[in-house]
Design a protein around this ligand. Structure first.
Ligand code: ADP
Ligand code: TRP
Length: 327
C-alpha cells in the first residue's frame, strides 16, 4: 500500500493548469487500489509570500472546494489545513536543528527569490520553507509525494534531513519518501501561450461566472491570419486548449474547420468557451454550492480531515519526542 501525500500552497485560486496538471492526476492516483491519499492546504507556507488574511481565507476555501468538486473522496482520503495541525510546526523546529545551513543556502527556489528581489526583501520563513515542507511529509510516514519538477530538490532535502535524524536515533524514526514527478504531464499553456501560472497572470479560472469566463477566453492570443484564409491549428493556443478538453472526434472536426478557411479565431474561442462550460458543468455547480456563504459543508469536511490528520501526526510526534528526549 502506498501512502501518498501532497500539499498545495494557498496563494491563489486553482486554475486550469493546476487542475489538469496536478489535481486530476492526483485524484486518479488516489483512486488506485491500495492507495491512501493525504492532501493538505499549505496555508503556513503561503504566509512566506502572502500577508492578506482575507485573501488567504478565500484561497484556502477555493482550493478545498476545487478538490471536492472534482471528486476527491474524503471517506477514503484526508484533506486538511496545515495550520490547524500544530504538529507541523513543532516537527519543523526539531528538523531545523538537523538541517545544515549550506543545504538551505543552496536551495534553488530560495536563491532565485534572492536574485530577483534582493536579500533584504526575503524573510526567514522563505529560507526555512523546505524544512517545514520536510515536516509536512515526514509527519505522515508518506511513501510517495506527487509534485511538479520544481519541487524535486525539496524532496531530496526532505530525504537528507530524515536520514540525519534516522542516523542519530535509529532507522525507524522516519519513512524516506519518494518524489513522484510525472514527466509526461504536459505544460498547459496560458492565454498568452507561456506556461499557465498565477504569477504570469495568464490563467483561466474555470469557476468564473459564464460571462466572465467568456471574456477571459476571448483574450487568448491569436495571430492575424484573415478570417477567410486557412489556419494552422498546431500553432494556435485556442486549439491547444480545446484539444486538452475535447474528444478526439471534436478535435478532428475543429482541425478541419481551421484548415478549410472561412473560420475565424473568434469562432474557435466561442467553441472553447462552450466546451469548458459543458465539460465542467457539474464541477462548476458543485464548487459554487460549496463556496456559498452559510453552507457549512466545506468547514465540516476540513474539520473532519483535521481530526484524521492529527491522529497520524500525533503518533509521529510522540515517537520523535521520545527519541529526542522531550518525553
Ligand atoms: P502557479 O504556477 O500558478 O503558481 P503552482 O506552482 O502553485 O502554480 O503549481 C501547483 C501545481 O500545479 C504543481 O503541481 C504544478 O506542477 C501544477 N501546474 C501549475 N501550472 C501548470 C501548468 N501550466 N501546466 C501543468 N501543470 C501545472
Ligand atoms: N512547496 C510546495 C509547492 O510550492 C507545496 C508544499 C508544501 C508541499 N508542503 C508540501 C508539496 C509537502 C508536497 C509535500 O508546490
Amino acid at each position: 500500500m502506498s501512502r501518498i501525500l501532497t500539499g498545495i500552497q494557498s496563494s491563489g485560486r486553482p486554475h486550469l493548469g493546476n487542475i489538469l496538471g496536478a489535481i486530476l492526476p492526483a485524484i486518479n492516483l488516489s483512486k488506485e487500489a491500495g492507495n491512501e491519499s493525504f492532501l493538505f492546504i499549505a496555508d503556513l507556507h503561503s504566509l512566506t509570500t502572502l500577508r492578506d488574511g482575507d485573501a488567504r481565507r478565500e484561497y484556502v476555501r477555493a482550493i478545498a472546494a476545487t478538490w471536492l468538486a472534482f471528486g476527491y473522496d474524503t471517506v477514503k482520503n484526508t484533506i486538511w489545513r496545515q495550520s490547524r495541525v500544530p504538529e507541523h510546526t513543532e516537527l519543523a523546529w526539531y528538523l531545523n536543528c538537523f538541517t545544515p545551513m549550506p543545504m538551505l543556502d543552496n536551495a534553488t527556489s530560495f536563491k532565485d527569490k534572492v536574485e530577483k528581489l534582493g536579500k533584504a526583501a526575503v524573510n526567514a520563513g522563505l529560507f526555512t520553507y523546505p524544512v517545514l515542507q520536510a515536516a509536512d511529509i515526514l509527519l505522515y510516514d508518506a511513501n510517495l509525494v506527487p509534485v511538479g519538477k520544481d519541487q524535486r530538490q525539496h524532496l531530496e532535502m526532505t530525504r537528507d534531513i530524515a536520514s540525519a535524524v534516522n542516523h542519530q536515533y535509529g532507522e525507524d524514526v522516519f519513512v524516506l519518501p519518494e518524489a513522484r514527478i510525472d514527466e509526461r504531464i504536459m505544460t498547459i499553456p496560458g492565454i498568452d501561450g507561456a506556461k499557465m501560472s498565477k504569477s504570469y497572470n495568464n490563467y483561466i479560472d474555470i469557476f468564473l461566472p459564464a460571462n466572465e469566463l467568456y471574456k477571459v477566453v476571448k483574450k487568448i492570443l491569436s495571430d492575424s491570419t484573415p478570417l477567410d484564409e486557412p489556419k494552422n491549428p498546431d500553432t494556435d493556443i485556442t486549439f491547444q486548449l480545446y484539444a486538452l478538453l475535447a474528444t478526439d472526434e471534436q478535435v478532428a472536426q475543429l482541425r478541419q474547420r481551421y484548415e478549410a478557411g472561412g473560420y475565424g479565431y473568434g469562432h474557435a474561442k466561442k467553441e472553447l468557451y462552450e466546451l469548458m462550460v459543458e465539460r465542467f458543468a457539474n464541477e462548476r455547480e458543485r464548487f459554487n454550492e460549496l463556496m456559498a456563504e452559510g453552507n457549512p459543508e466545506l468547514e465540516r469536511e476540513l474539520r473532519a480531515g483535521e481530526e484524521k490528520a492529527r491522529a497520524v501526526a500525533s503518533a509521529t510526534i510522540s515517537r520523535v519526542r521520545r527519541v529526542m528526549g522531550f518525553s
